[in-house]
Write a protein that binds this ligand. Structure first.
Ligand SMILES: O=C(O)CCC(=O)C(=O)O
Length: 384
């Protein structure tokens, strides 16, 4: 990736030495967990039970080498186009070439901005206050822009390559193994952590609706896939507290207070090569640090739920207006799975397309009408 938006070298200031030790030790701990490797299947095409067991034990798993160079090149081309079309600043109607900016005509939330190396959510009441502690905010270089886009929501309307990843047959087989054959969408996003600029995502757990449910269990709030375009390192990737998805609502403030630092001592980083795809339980305590490293991290992020976690449930209101999710709403939102499978079939005709059970007997076509119908599709995200 051309590093035109890379800023001058920056670091964690007074925290730099401690941070470097933490990054090294975290990576060592991550490599002992036994939760990474290629996606493997049983003879009848189901996800290998050892993988499932490791996912449920740790709350995350790194699938290696899922996306091949041709697919990564497609994603990179879309990413460059997206970056080129961003508004010149927050709220601006045009991009740097004077064209209508990406998402300027969207109603749904799309572009999230931050001060370079900032932490826009930590310690605030935003998103139901689920990021209780502010992360350390390193000082950006003097030539850094005032604000950067670090997160793009509703991302499948901006990138067909991301849509095709969403329809990946192996990943959808994983989704079925974890959430059942009738799994349903959550939301989709692209996280962009430019070197020297990328914002923190403060420690949090994602679920908002089911913590006190009598049916609560380790999988009730679903999971996110995190597909890596350039890979990710301890310095720019997501960190997870292994096993924390099983423990109910965590007191993150107390965890940080006990550690005396936001470098949580039990957390480990997702370490990925380009094309690796992590799966992370939304209930796991996770977050990422401001990216003072020299490396880009771009994550194609997309989540799925169990149908029974969503059906008849009042949404949490984090991603869109609260509403009770009935069958019609779920079906309407799940059309994107049908489009994604067809879009993928056209680009990768040698692959066996995934057969999504709720669409049995139906034909879904990725065509001009479908494309037009994607505008603001994330108004219907199933946010729990
Ligand atoms: O990619 C990141 O830095 C954060 C991801 C995250 O918090 C999530 O997917 O829930």
């Amino acid at each position: 990736m051309d590093t035109a938006v890379r800023s001058a070298a920056v670091d964690y200031g007074a925290e730099e030495a401690a941070m470097q030790v933490y990054l090294r030790q975290g990576e060592q701990r991550a490599m002992t967990l036994g939760n990474r490797g290629p996606i493997r299947f049983t003879a009848d095409g189901r996800l290998h039970p050892d993988i499932l067991a490791a996912y449920w034990r740790c709350g995350f798993y790194v699938f290696e080498d899922v996306l091949k160079p041709d697919e990564l090149a497609d994603i990179e081309a879309d990413l460059k186009d997206i970056l080129d079309r961003l508004p010149v600043e927050r709220g601006a109607p045009v991009d740097h070439k004077g064209r209508p900016a990406l998402a300027a005509d969207c109603t749904a939330p799309t572009l999230l901005w931050s001060r370079p190396l900032g932490d826009p959510f930590g310690g605030t009441a935003l998103a139901n206050g689920r990021h209780p502690v502010k992360m350390y905010e390193p000082t950006p270089a003097a030539d850094a822009p005032k604000e950067v886009v670090y997160l793009i929501l509703g991302s499948l309307q901006f990138s067909e390559a991301a849509l095709r990843v969403y329809g990946h047959p192996h990943l959808l087989t994983v989704a079925a193994a974890v959430n059942g054959d009738d799994f349903v969408p959550f939301n989709e996003a692209i996280f962009i952590k430019a070197p020297g600029l990328g914002a923190s995502v403060a420690w949090h757990q994602d679920g908002v609706t089911h913590w006190d449910s009598p049916d609560w269990d380790e999988g009730i709030h679903g999971f996110n896939f995190m597909a890596q375009l350039y890979g990710c390192t301890p310095a720019n990737g997501v960190w997870v507290v292994p096993g924390s998805h099983k423990l109910g609502k965590a007191d993150i403030k107390a965890m940080v207070a006990k550690a005396g630092t936001e470098r949580l001592p039990d957390a480990v980083p997702l370490v990925c090569k380009p094309g690796d795809v992590a799966i992370t339980n939304r209930q796991a305590v996770h977050g990422s640090f401001a990216n003072t490293s020299r490396d880009w991290r771009v994550t194609v992020n997309f989540g799925f739920h169990r149908r029974r976690s969503v059906l008849g449930v009042m949404g949490g209101g984090v991603h869109n207006a609260p509403a009770v999710y009935d069958d019609a709403r779920i079906r309407e939102r799940a059309r994107v799975i049908g489009y994604a499978i067809d879009a993928r079939r056209r680009r990768f005709p040698h692959e066996q397309p995934y057969a999504y059970k709720p669409h049995t007997g139906e034909t879904w076509r990725w065509d001009a009408a479908a494309r037009a119908g994607m505008k603001d599709y994330n108004l219907l995200d199933l946010s729990i």
